[in-house]
Design a protein around this ligand. Structure first.
Ligand code: C2O
Ligand code: CU
Length: 476
């Protein structure tokens, strides 16, 4: 058996749902067009972010609103725009009746601002607030999400885009941010119960039946022939791996996980994004006025492939007749280059899951482990570090996937360079904070341990994280 998809029988037929969503949403443009907000010397205003239940029209007209959890009343949360090297402050006010925290995914920030309950801060209690404050060193596409009871809190909506603007962004005509979320909805468009299902947790995790962009089942996006668009794509799903195909177009990837890369077309034109991963792409709209082109996701095979959104060309005359002739390369971020000659190497074995030998009955009922140890939940006080790293030294982690499942592995507080897959070197400089490890594959990453503190390393399939695929690395 190839473990491609968990065995879900959705109460809500995704095809039907997406089809009807497509029909009703023809006029509804996907929001979140970005305008660069700040002049070079302008301070970033502090944000107040209440966290509370809300009801929002995820599926659209003709369907009931969905009960969700929201940052500042919206799902996803507001797209926060901050500036590289400028302080940012957010007061998070917990109006839920349970604890919460916010993790600023991918930002290299001080440990106390990392949002891991127990490990880096006490959880924010109901009716209390916490002020997050940091100065992002890197420009790029990041995101924020709950890190407490995260399976349910993220699964009910608590995630949003965090965009760190470049001082000199490349020239494009328009910039969009797509926060992609995946929901398991009932026929009444409500979030289905059953978070933390043990069978699912030991397989692919909670994959839903409804995919939204920026909180709506997207029908179409209208585009103009000849324009150049930058899209910041954020996979904010709990478990859904995506392989995006831009039919009739040639996306150029300019950044992964917020970190600039050599502009390149993805292999076979398929943009692979595991949970928590981001890609910045540039699209030159070369289609005919009036034409339509599907963006599809076929990661789980043809049978489960679906159209995420349609690019619909306006009838207008093209903005220009040749693609814009302007460089796409982003300015580099100030990442310390790993010193491979002096690096210390550690093997990190990813273990467990169905067909993985641990059965469902690992330690304390966990389904997954890292190097034989299962840390479960979202973070706790006093988690012992698996490894202690010397500040300033380079480390190579060999992430060895001994399981039959895919794992997007995320390291907090750092970005790493992806060195190799199954021993085959990756020549281009690809940096990330989350790397998708195929079943039985070994991926080597390297980074300079330059940020002191206790940092989590975990799978970003949240079911896997909370069921044991999590550990702590200490930089002292
Ligand atoms: Cu985006 Cu510990 O996670
Ligand atoms: Cu995993």
């Amino acid at each position: 058996m190839t473990p491609k998809h968990s065995s879900i029988s959705p109460a809500f037929n995704r095809r039907q749902l997406l089809a009807s969503g497509g029909a009703i949403a023809l006029t509804a443009a996907v929001p979140f067009e970005i305008r660069h907000a700040y002049a070079a010397d302008q301070a970033v205003p502090a944000q107040h972010i209440p966290v509370a239940p809300a009801r929002l029209p995820l599926v659209g007209a003709g369907h009931p609103q969905t009960a969700v959890l929201a940052y500042s009343g919206s799902v996803p949360g507001p797209a926060l725009r901050v500036r590289q090297g400028k302080p940012f402050q957010a007061v998070v006010e917990n109006r839920l009746d349970e604890d919460t925290t916010v993790h600023w995914h991918g930002i290299r920030l001080p440990n106390a601002m990392d949002g891991v309950p127990g490990l880096t801060q006490p959880p924010i209690k109901s009716k209390e607030s916490f002020t997050y404050e940091f100065t992002p060193p890197d420009a790029g596409t990041f995101w924020y999400h709950s890190h407490d009871n995260s399976l349910e809190q993220m699964g009910r909506g608590l995630a949003g885009a965090l965009i760190v603007e470049e001082s000199e962004p490349p020239r494009v005509d328009r910039e969009l941010a797509w926060v992609i979320q995946d929901w398991r909805l009932t026929r009444g468009a409500q979030i289905a119960p059953g978070f933390g299902n043990r069978m699912e947790a030991a397989m692919a995790g909670r994959i839903g039946n409804t995919v939204t962009i920026n909180g709506r089942v997207p029908g179409s996006i209208s585009v103009r022939a000849g324009e150049r668009i930058r899209i910041r794509i954020i996979n904010a799903t709990l478990a859904r791996i995506m392989a995006l195909n831009f039919t009739g177009h040639r996306p150029v990837v300019i950044a992964l996980d917020g970190q600039p890369c050599d502009p390149h077309e993805p292999a076979r034109g398929r943009l692979l994004l595991g949970p928590a991963m981001r890609a910045d792409i540039v699209l030159d709209m070369g289609g005919e006025p009036g034409s339509r082109h599907a963006v599809t996701d076929d990661f789980y095979g043809d049978e489960l492939a679906y159209t995420l959104v349609q690019l619909v060309y306006e009838a207008e005359t093209p903005l220009r007749n040749h693609p814009l002739d302007a460089p796409m390369r982003l300015p580099p971020n100030p990442l310390a280059p790993p010193d491979l000659a002096t690096a210390e190497r550690h093997e990190i074995a990813l273990q467990g899951g169905m067909m993985g030998g641990m059965g469902m009955m690992g330690m304390g009922g966990a389904a997954w482990a890292i190097n034989g140890m299962s840390m479960t939940g979202d973070g706790q006080p006093g988690m012992p570090p698996l490894l202690e790293f010397q500040r300033g030294r380079t480390y190579v982690l060999a992430l060895k996937n001994e399981t039959a499942w895919w794992h997007p592995m995320h390291l907090h507080g750092h970005s790493f360079r992806v060195l190799s897959r199954n021993g085959a070197a990756i020549d281009d400089a690809i940096w990330g904070d989350t790397v998708l490890v195929e079943p039985r594959q070994t991926v080597e990453v390297a980074f300079v341990a330059d940020n002191p503190g206790d940092w989590m390393l975990h799978c970003h399939v949240i079911d896997h994280q909370v069921a044991g695929m999590m550990t702590v690395l200490r930089v002292a």
